[in-house]
Design a protein around this ligand. Structure first.
Ligand code: F6R
Length: 604
């Protein structure tokens, strides 16, 4: 949701903050602002703009703001619409304290009433402004003690950064529920909502845990728990490089990330094999049921994963939206394995579902991309996907990496439970290592997919159909298209079409049919015939040369044939990512930062 960055050191703070905000813009982009302690006037200077980071940059351009300490924020509105008043940072009455905040203060209305009675006036409609005023009201000669006191008054999930004129050498940062890392430099230190924001300056980080507070000066970082006791934190280093967080000649991050998939699949396969001693493979022998929880695209990966787990691990598996699982009484026990899938490892519903299930003695395995993220630290076992930072809001490379991880996990767990022989395991492995090459082959269809996109970019609706392992890919194709082009799209298991959605089909409706030459091919052909009989426009994604399919299809997107049909979902999703990308760019939409969306959903 919102993004926070903070700097204290020897450089001018403004460029560091603006670079950080640019890299965090995917987290929210309706308004932005920064606060810097001016070295001459010793006052806090606050600059804000509605719109994107570039609007803030243009607004600040040429202004003399000289200071080496500051905090900044890019906003995704929760309380109050996007406006200069509601943009962060927020300052206290005397402007001695400035605050940036990601998350929600649930009891802000009550606190606001109390502050108003004490004579405070509010300039914004945000929940954040209460924090600035509370800091002023309760300040007692020490910023750390004051933040600790205020932390006990505010309820909700949040990450906060504070600077103040009364203790001008430090940033105090507090985390409860929303992500926050501290970047460690030499003679300079940083805070940020996530790693790419400050990767330009450091590769060494401390991940704050919930209810931890960091006091950061240019030479020192000290971490305390909510009761003020000092906590020793072990810094970690990341291998990601800055190039991974830049567009590298591509027009958009999304396109770059689609094209990175041969590499990210290779890296994820290698990463998986370097972790074969993961204790989860011992635990799997005790497990009787599996629940996969996730949101959005990660949920779709889970739907495919269920097929592989049931086939190879032979344990009954259900897949649920984390936002639903969390609020129902699903019986779990110590023989339940929860598989929580999340690119960011910060999605609130996924995290809190996993935490609740662990409290009820279930074991949690997380499949996560961001190293050191909350979910990875809150799980019994972690398997990482190796994609580097994913900046485009629409998940692409992390989806295929989640799929490959789920497939490899299922095979290895199946081996451990005696359902597969070593020989069978190796046979699958030999098929899997061809995937990067197969994905490269699909990418060669890019031009053809762009041409199809030109033909249909003006329609109002799209339908996506698939069967078996590929029905979740139909869901994913529809999600990609709707979230970045704003064209209404629905994904359906093809066999379900005749139970309702068939009523939508007419000569104006493009129906994307995922029809690989697998064991359900003939069934899929029957469904396509049903579409054609109602004059629907058929766009087939297939490796089949069969003249019957060709005669039924208005357009064909070719995918390579695979030895093993379990690999089809990973191959067939790539054209759908490209289709969504091209349609959205033809329509002139902002594919990397679609309206109303944020990359990391840390609110419930
Ligand atoms: C869609 C998309 C979202 C995320 C969802 C979960 O392209 O990116 O639907 O998949 O918000 O996010 P993570 O995987 O970070 O938990």
């Amino acid at each position: 949701m919102c993004g926070i960055v903070g700097y204290v050191g020897y450089r001018k703070a403004v460029p560091v903050l603006l670079h950080g905000l640019q890299r965090l813009e995917y987290r929210g982009y309706d308004s932005a602002g920064l606060a810097v302690l001016d070295e001459k006037s010793k006052k806090i200077i606050v600059e804000k703009q509605v719109g994107k980071i570039k609007d803030l940059q243009e607004y600040i351009w040429g202004k003399e703001i000289n200071g080496n300490i500051g905090i900044a924020h890019t906003r995704w509105a929760t309380h109050g619409p996007p406006s200069i008043e509601n943009a962060h940072p927020h300052t206290s009455k005397s402007e001695a304290f400035a605050v940036v905040h990601n998350g929600i203060i649930e009891n802000y209305a009550k606190l606001k009433d109390e502050l108003i009675k004490k004579g405070y006036q509010f300039k914004s409609q945000t929940d954040t402004e209460v924090i600035a005023h509370l800091l002023e009201e309760y300040y007692e000669k020490d910023l750390l003690t004051t933040v600790l006191k205020v932390a006990k008054m505010i309820e909700g999930a949040y990450a906060i950064g504070v600077i103040s004129t009364v203790e001008p050498d430090k940033i105090v940062a507090l985390r409860k529920g929303s992500p926050l890392v501290v970047g460690i430099g030499e003679g300079e230190n940083f805070i940020a909502s996530d790693i790419p924001a400050i990767l330009e300056y450091t590769k060494t980080f401390i991940a704050l845990d919930d209810e931890e507070i960091a006091v950061i000066t240019k030479d020192k970082v000290e971490v305390y728990d909510i009761n003020g006791n000092k906590v020793e934190k072990k810094p970690f280093t990341v291998k990601w490089d800055l190039v991974a967080a830049e567009k590298g000649g591509f027009k958009h991050f999304m396109l770059k990330e689609i094209y990175e998939q041969p590499k990210t699949i290779t890296d994820t396969i290698s990463g998986f094999f370097s972790d074969l001693n993961n204790p989860v493979y011992n635990e799997i022998k005790n497990i009787q049921n599996i629940v996969i929880i996730a949101c959005g695209t990660s949920y779709h990966a889970g739907l495919v994963g269920k097929f592989w787990i049931e086939k190879f691990v032979k344990i009954p598996t259900i897949v649920d939206y984390a936002s639903e699982f969390r609020y129902r009484d699903f019986p779990v026990n110590e023989k339940t394995l929860i598989i929580a899938i999340s690119q960011s490892g910060e999605t609130a519903d996924t995290r809190f579902s996993a935490i609740d299930a662990r409290k009820k003695s279930a074991k949690v395995l997380s499949i996560v991309n961001v190293v050191g993220s909350s979910l990875s630290r809150e799980s019994d076992f972690v398997i990482y996907t190796y994609c580097g930072p994913e900046i485009g809001v629409a998940a692409t490379k992390t989806f295929t990496a989640q799929l490959i991880t789920l497939l490899l996990f299922s095979l290895k767990a199946g081996l451990e439970r005696g359902n597969l022989t070593q020989e069978e395991f190796e046979k699958y492995y030999n098929d899997i290592i061809h995937l990067p090459h197969l994905v490269n082959e699909v990418l060669k269809q890019d031009k053809a997919i762009e041409e199809i996109s030109y033909k249909y970019h003006n329609v109002k609706d799209f339908l996506f159909l698939g069967r078996g392992l590929n029905y979740p890919i139909a869901f994913e194709g529809a999600l990609k298209l709707k979230e970045i082009s704003y064209i209404h799209a629905e994904g359906y298991p093809a066999g379900e079409m005749k139970h309702g959605p068939i009523a939508l089909i007419d000569e104006n409706l493009p129906v994307v049919c995922i029809v690989p030459k697998d064991s359900l091919y003939e069934k899929m052909i029957s469904n396509i015939q049903e579409v054609k009989a109602r004059k629907g426009i058929v766009i087939s994604v297939s490796d089949s040369q069969d003249s019957h399919l060709l005669s039924l299809s208005d357009n064909i997107i070719k995918i390579p044939s695979v030895e093993n049909e379990n690999l089809y979902p990973i191959v067939s999703v790539i054209p759908l990512q490209l289709l969504a990308y091209h349609i959205a760019t033809i329509l002139g939409k902002d594919v990397d930062q679609p309206r109303n969306l944020a990359k990391t959903v840390t609110v419930e």
